[in-house]
Write a protein that binds this ligand. Structure first.
Ligand SMILES: C[S@@+](CC[C@H](N)C(=O)[O-])C[C@H]1O[C@@H](n2cnc3c(N)ncnc32)[C@H](O)[C@@H]1O
Length: 268
């Protein structure tokens, strides 16, 4: 089997964490994690974090939200190493496991988790239908899937502007529409499916980010990379802002629930 490409090596992790905060490979920091979780409680829950990256959020799900146990899975070696170091430094190895997995089905039994969480990672997974079925399978009845992801407003061919952005970004994004996600989750058996568009929020954030990258923190970023890298990065961010402004790039929060079998059969 061919190894999957490496997108998040140590240099890329360092760059993203400088932009988004230690342990965060996606925008919004702890406040956005709180908004994603909303009313879903993690207290005493066993949680799966799909695409845990460098582990800041995985740790926060345990430390700040009272999860009983968190398993962070990821497909890349460098992120897993950094996340595992973070957990070890905090002495939380009994409570938080970081597991490097192969892309595809999760190596967990049916009904293993109370909550499945994911932030801005499933954009890398092409088969949303299979993913939805897998999340459903590993959740306990009554459990929640809650997360965020980078979506595209429709499933038609991407616009030339989107193709230009995706080419520059070059991270193997497999963006799908809110309709496709909703359908995949419903087909898998989820109920109470709720998607909320974060386009306006991230458009504003991305404008602030490009200002940091091009001016406010340009020298700091250039010192840790190169002028060439930063020129390309600013070009990529500007291309992303174009498709955010048209609405085609539309990050969403996603929430849904696996029916509680006992409750459902009580209704019959
Ligand atoms: C943008 S980062 C987000 C990381 C983290 N959730 C955060 O917000 O800081 C995306 C992560 O998804 C991981 N990833 C890509 N494909 C994956 C897959 N099939 N299963 C699990 N993780 C995957 C990448 O290796 C990367 O660490």
């Amino acid at each position: 089997m061919i190894d999957p490409p490496i997108y998040y090596d140590k240099g890329h992790i360092e760059f993203l964490q400088k932009l988004w905060g230690d342990g965060y490979l996606s925008p919004g920091g702890p406040e956005e994690v709180q908004r994603i979780l909303g009313v879903v409680k993690l207290s005493k829950a066993t949680v799966l974090d799909i695409g845990c990256g460098s582990g800041g959020i995985t740790v926060s799900l345990f430390n700040d939200y009272g999860a009983h146990k968190v398993i962070g899975i990821d497909v890349e070696a460098d992120v897993c190493e950094i996340a595992a170091e973070r957990v070890k430094k905090l002495g939380l190895q009994e409570d938080i496991e970081i597991v490097k997995v192969k892309p595809g089905n999760f190596p967990y039994d049916d009904a293993s988790f109370d909550v499945v969480f994911s932030k801005d990672s499933i954009v890398h997974i092409e088969n949303k239908e299979q993913l939805a079925k897998e999340i459903f399978r590993v959740l306990k009845p009554g459990g929640h899937f809650v997360g965020s992801d980078w979506l595209r407003s429709n499933d038609d061919d991407p616009s030339p502007e989107m193709l230009h952005y995706l080419k520059l970004e070059d991270l193997g994004f497999e963006m799908a529409s809110p309709n496709r996600y909703t359908h995949a989750l419903a087909e898998a058996g989820f109920q109470d499916i709720f998607l909320s568009n974060r386009n306006r929020w991230y458009t504003e954030k991305a404008r602030q980010e490009v200002l940091k990258l091009s001016k406010l923190m340009r020298q700091e970023f250039e010192d840790m990379s190169s002028k060439k890298f930063m020129d390309l990065t600013v070009e990529t961010w500007n291309a992303m802002i174009t498709v955010l402004e048209t609405g085609e790039h539309c990050p969403h929060h996603i929430k849904c629930k696996k029916p509680n079998m006992a409750q459902e059969s009580d209704k019959l």
